[in-house]
Unconditional design. Sequence first.
Lengths: 314, 350
Amino acid sequence: MNAATFAIIVASATPLIFAAIGETITEKAGVVNLSLDGSMLLSAMTGFAIAYTSGSVELGLLGGMGTSAFVAFIVAFGGIRLRLNQIAIGLILTYFATKLSALLGGEFVRKPGPFVQKMSLPGLEDIPFFGEVLFQQNPLVYFSFFLIIVSFWFIFHTRRGLDLQAVGERPEAAFARGISVNTHRYFYTILGGAFVGLGGAAFSLDAKMGWSEGHIANYGWIALAIVIFGGWHPLRVAFGCYLFGAIQIIALKMQPSLPDLAQVLPIAPFPLMILTLVFLNMRVVQGFTMRFKGIGRLIRGTAPSALGESFWPD
Amino acid sequence: MNSVQQIKYFTGAIIISLLISIFFLWLIDAPLVDTAKLLVEGAFGTNQRIGDTFMIWVPLLLASASLVVTFSAGLWNIGVEGQIVAGAVAASFIAREVQGSTAVVLTLMVVGGFVGGALWGLLVGVLRVKGGVNEIFGGIGLNFVATGLIVYLVIGPWSRDGVASTGGTEPFRDQAWFPTIDGLRASPLALAIAFLALISVMFLLSKTNFGLRLRATGKNSLAANRFGIATSRYLLMAFIIGGGIAGLAGVTQAGAVYHRLVPSISGGYGFLAILIVLLARFRGFWVIPIALFFATIAMASFQWQLRLGLHSALGGVIQGVLVLSVVLVMGYQEVRRHREQITTRDETAP
């Protein structure tokens, strides 16, 4: 594998990073937004449609963010205000948003549209190897680097980040300390949703240019799985996204040498990723990693304790 | 419990979903009156169409029955799609390999399909119980595997002579076809299996000791465990029974609808059934009319596409709007009722 291959992996993982980090932020606050698979499809469609109609990629990206932020608002409203089961709401929205993207996106299918332009970073692009892998990309990719680092720093090293964790881990205690739990949850659910939408639009305007029905189906489930795989930690979540990108590239490169499996290989990374997660989650494996502190800390992670539960200070 | 109030809110939810649906119809320039007319005509206009509608009803009933079982145990069985596929693959295997009379072949297909779906469901269950893997992700992972498996079989070992396409396998021999009413595609046997499965599930859950313990596990597994119920055994049983019933949907799809194995054998009915049981609030009886209504919309969706040139996703959007509106509005009603109870309690307190 050469630098060009790594550059493709980094570029192709970018939309997933937005989506998975967005969901990480949401889940850290104790809310599950399970609608990702539909939500991303819908924002990929609206993002492309807006960019196509207006000619502006920036407007498209913003439109995509707004779309999934609205879907996330419905999750928050149903899960927090109405105390409905968040999984139920998420599944309904997955189905609804998927169908809606197909219905409203009909006229944009397979049309050539605008996309995010490449922009090498002067100075940094000349660094041997890393320059080509990391800095001869487009602004979206650079923003994904920024988001990974900032979300990590924010969640673990700022006052507000600690509040965010408290709301997801021990809402009663956070409430007792004067933090308005549900306002925080609304805010971070919608913020996370906006990043999920950026992920969707980044697919249709960059990594997987264009729109067609079911364009990026299943990527939402992968993003959700990677959040668990990454143990709700932005750096490990990002690693999971790059790993998935790498598996995809490998599957693509294997296609010519395995013609019998040509139809199966493109979908192979999806079960592979989820089964990897499943494997790491097994109690047997967890017990094994417990004996080795270093590895254990690398692959183990626990969900926020109040994940998916509603909180009402009656 | 004020049921008059509930009916009021429910009616309101239906009206809201109608208005939103009309908005989407307006958005895509659909002729309102023709679309509405075709909803009924498309599904029930001719005997042929009634038969076809019933054949969509069948997998929806079966997948819903499956989900009622697993949800009673507190499980979100998103793996239902994969279990339908597993049932269809098992039934196709028997249809290809077993020689004999129609009665023998069909019986074996039903049994084999149930076992196939049950084993696929059990896999999710074992991952959950022994591996601590959330059933949503275990299920989705295995859905992907099932999709890969069926595509591999259809274009690989089970492909038609000389043509390796995703179009499907060779049609089954006559003995593996579910008998149909003359001139229609509807199979009374398939409908009977679906109703038998649903009624058995309702009986099992409400009238047996097993059902009581299963529901106790679903309501509060910690308490159930303290009470001496081996909860993990009940979770696994729920996956076996639920998976098996989902597998039956695969059997009827392969044996009574397509008469061969195709990659899209599940038709997305597993996921649609999740919406049905959510709307029915997991009560078996309500699954019957709701599944029929959803089958009506699905059938009308074909006609909308065929006759009015509307997008095939329209039906799905309307189904989604309906379920979303009802769930949100009924949730709002619950919250209000809760609030009112608190205020009356506070007022009457000394």
